[in-house]
Design a protein around this ligand. Sequence first.
Ligand SMILES: Nc1nc2c(ncn2[C@@H]2O[C@H](COP(=O)(O)OP(=O)(O)OP(=O)(O)O)[C@@H](O)[C@H]2O)c(=O)[nH]1
Ligand SMILES: [Mg+2]
Length: 331
Amino acid sequence: MNYIDEALIEIRAGNGGSGCLSFRREKFIPRGGPDGGDGGRGGDIIFHVKDSINTLIEFHHKKILQAQNGRPGAGKNKTGADGNDLILEIPLGTLILDQATNNLIQDCNEPNKKYTLAKGGEGGLGNARFKSSTNQAPRKTTKGEEGELFYIKLELQSLADVGLVGFPNAGKSTFLSAVSAARPKIGDYPFTTLRPNLGTVKMGYGSMVIADIPGIIEGASEGLGLGLRFLKHISRTKSLLFLLDPINTELSPVQQFKKLHQELKKYDISLLEKNIFVAVNKCDIFEDSKPLLEELGLELSKINIRNLYPISAVTSLGVKKLLEKIYSSFN
Ligand SMILES: Nc1nc2c(ncn2[C@@H]2O[C@H](COP(=O)(O)OP(=O)(O)OP(=O)(O)O)[C@@H](O)[C@H]2O)c(=O)[nH]1
Ligand SMILES: [Mg+2]
């Protein structure tokens, strides 16, 4: 298991160090004044968003993450050292949620940004702080504050512009590797892809990110195949690209589309509010793909879908046009 997109963790910022109780002791000065220093601050827990990471595996075994405590103050007015912050690297698109309520605490959607989630406690005050005209020898000090403690859930929802949806073997990974530098595994057997892959497609001066997720089969919403747990990775995309397989011997392209549509609807109906594009892949095998497309086009138009494209991920036939259409739908 090397792909983890959810983790439950406890984060504890460092406690502040205690203030010190101390009096100056010097020869010939019998009653030196108070000189107890303050405690240091506890370290913070900071999340650092890295787009070079794409899993939460780091958090799979470490359940309690703790920043360093501040050191206590000392005599001679020495302040204790601050505790080190604990910096945790997370992938772009991680949501930080409250474990108990599932409320969103932070959406980590900006590359390289650092988010301080739990603040370290302030250091306590040493007795030197309490000296006054009426109290020259205070014995009062305060303890350091406790660091903040949170029980949180990390959930990775990849940030992509386009999500690829299709039955196993439709050619989703072949498509991603044809249009981007991503190199997902490709195979002529179902469920070659076991984890989401992202690829960036250059479009003139801009770019768009495409997410390839494991294949979906009928009953996925009840957990069949790899289930629908990877759909969260396309829940934030602007568009969905349904990739249909004309050489699937069990289901015609129309049947594939209807079943995929059905499974997505069961998972989250709002997925279907996105811009939907449909491509029939593997058109390189046909001498003439027109009859198939006409039939499919007719069926799709009944459910108001008109964005239908014949493509081949292997020969790149029709791919450029499809990408341009998708890209121009964003603006
Ligand atoms: N002829 C032809 N074969 C293709 C095309 N695209 C993909 N294939 C083949 O279809 C098979 C499946 O391709 P994948 O890219 O692994 O399919 P997938 O949709 O990612 O499959 P899963 O990861 O299992 O869901 C491979 O043998 C590919 O070579 C195409 O445009 N034309
Ligand atoms: Mg694949």
